[in-house]
Design a protein around this ligand. Structure first.
Ligand SMILES: Cc1ncc(COP(=O)(O)O)c(C=O)c1O
Ligand SMILES: N[C@@H](CCCC[NH3+])C(=O)O
Length: 472
């Protein structure tokens, strides 16, 4: 079989999307530090290693596809966020990005709190020993059971998302004889520069209560949020501790967070003026972007902490407010860069003059983000180095959909062959947690690697797991 590389030059530009870099990287074997976790490197035999372990050995032991999570990198990121925000602030890891018992223990040990948004996430957190007072419960439609369990176990805060929920949480807390600490989630009217499906602070969407007038509750005086504050302050079973805003996800531009901070402090000022109450907390949510390709340039936790801290302090000083305790909820920025997915190449199809389709043994069931958000990823030949010329490739999965794409446009060596291993970096967030059983795929394991040893923290599904649910 002979496959030719596409000639460099204008033909790449003809088939690549506008804005995509058209020149292949100078060295296909080089692992760009911006997208790989800290212990990943190419070993002396040319294969990629993580935590001192060779991917060929990992594939042998754990199979493919599989997510390999660099535990040292995860812990280092937790510490970086913790240290950047310091004692005067709280970092809540957003469990929706990826949650397992091991992760909860690492978070606990590294001094982070946890944001959960379902009964399942809450159960995982509690089972792994996260103290309830370090847990926040989110969600735009929490069930009565979820609210009841959260109050019974004593979660540190519930973030209220609608007028109905104010009444619901108050009723349940009252029935249980508790006074529950709550924040109110507001939409601050910022258009975050990210994919439409993951922007959450413009007013026309399902989350939060609008700072502006809003449309569904015309009776709400100065906006839905102000009305929510009035209602909560009247309820004995609720203790309003702060205001919450989350503007979206995979955001690089800090300007949106600054506007959000300014508007949230503005609401605190209005609350002080109307009710004579100074709320002690604000939460500015998560949403900080990570590098999926070498072109992405995310901010460091230290710079994020400084920029958010400065703006909150400045706004509070000018309004004459005591500076509230700040919290943030990074999910992707902590776990995203810590893992890569390892696949085995199965079939390769060259479409003359267009690109080469490289099919791997997973796909949209282990990474839905490319199909869902047009997300961009990088990919590297991981089981060996190669001196072959670059070949414009599309890495696709094995599912029955032509949209089943893992990496839309990438350069791989032209001598790629079935049996080679490919690694896709930055798949720690929203890949395993959004994985599905489409086509009855078995969801891959998550394997933690550290200091030359590897252990499964979430095991691979089996056909028995699938059939156990099929009780017909
Ligand atoms: C309320 C809330 N907090 C935190 C996050 C975490 O976001 P990210 O993983 O982008 O940091 C999300 C998800 O976007 C969210 O909805
Ligand atoms: N799941 C999305 C982000 C949504 C975050 C949760 N509010 C992603 O993969 O980018």
């Amino acid at each position: 079989m002979s496959r030719s590389a596409h000639p460099a030059g204008p033909r790449y530009a003809d088939v690549l999307p506008e804005g995509h870099y058209t020149a292949p990287p100078a060295d296909l074997n080089q692992l760009d530090r911006t997208v790989w976790s800290q212990t990943v490197e190419r070993g002396t035999e040319g294969a990629v290693t993580v935590g001192g372990m060779d991917v060929r050995q990992l594939a042998e032991e754990f199979g493919t596809p599989a997510y390999f999570l660099d535990e040292a990198d995860f812990r280092a990121r937790c510490r970086a966020w913790r240290d950047a925000f310091g004692q005067g602030a709280d970092v809540f890891y957003a469990g929706k990005a990826f949650l397992s018992r091991a992760v909860v223990r690492w978070l606990y040990e590294e001094g982070l709190n946890l944001d959960v948004c379902s009964g399942g996430e809450l159960a995982t957190a509690l089972e792994a020993g996260m103290p309830a007072d370090r847990i926040a419960l989110h969600g735009n439609n929490k069930s009565v059971d979820e609210i009841t369990r959260a109050i019974e176990v004593g979660v540190g805060r519930i973030v209220l998302d609608s007028f109905q929920e104010i009444a619901r949480v108050a009723h349940i807390a009252g029935r249980l004889g508790r006074r529950q600490a709550v924040q109110i989630r507001v939409t601050v009217g910022v258009e975050a520069h990210t994919h439409e499906f993951i922007a959450t602070a413009h007013e026309d969407q399902k989350f939060g209560l609008a700072l502006g007038r809003g449309t569904s509750q015309p009776e709400a005086g100065g906006g839905q949020a102000a009305e929510a504050v009035r209602r909560v302050l009247k309820l004995d079973s609720l203790e309003l501790t702060g205001i919450h805003s989350h503007i979206g996800s995979q955001i690089f531009d800090m300007a949106g967070f600054e506007v959000s901070a300014r508007r949230v402090v503005g609401l605190l000022t209005e609350i002080r003026d109307e009710h004579g109450v100074e709320l002690p907390e604000i939460d500015l949510g998560g949403g900080l972007g990570i590098a999926y390709t070498p072109e992405d340039d995310p901010s460091e936790p230290h710079d994020i902490a400084k920029s958010l801290g400065d703006i909150v302090r400045r706004e509070c000083e000018s309004a004459g407010l005591a500076v509230p305790r700040l919290s943030v909820e990074p999910g992707r920025a902590i776990v995203g860069p810590t893992a890569f997915t390892l696949y085995e190449v199965g079939t390769i199809k060259e479409l003359e003059g267009l690109r080469t389709y490289v099919s791997v043994d997973g796909g949209m069931s282990d990474n839905i983000r490319t199909a869902l958000y047009d997300a961009e990823y990088s990919v590297a030949l991981a089981s060996r180095a190669s001196e072959a010329p670059p070949m414009l490739s599309r890495v696709v999965g094995k599912h029955c959909e032509s949209g089943d794409i893992v990496v839309r446009d990438a350069f791989l060596p032209a001598d790629l062959a079935p049996g080679d291993l490919l690694a896709v970096p930055a798949t720690g967030a929203y890949c395993r947690s959004m994985a599905s059983n489409y086509n009855h795929a078995l969801r891959p394991p998550v394997v933690a690697v550290k200091d030359g040893s590897a252990r499964t923290i979430v095991r691979r599904e089996t056909e028995e797991d699938l059939l156990r649910l099929d009780v017909g």
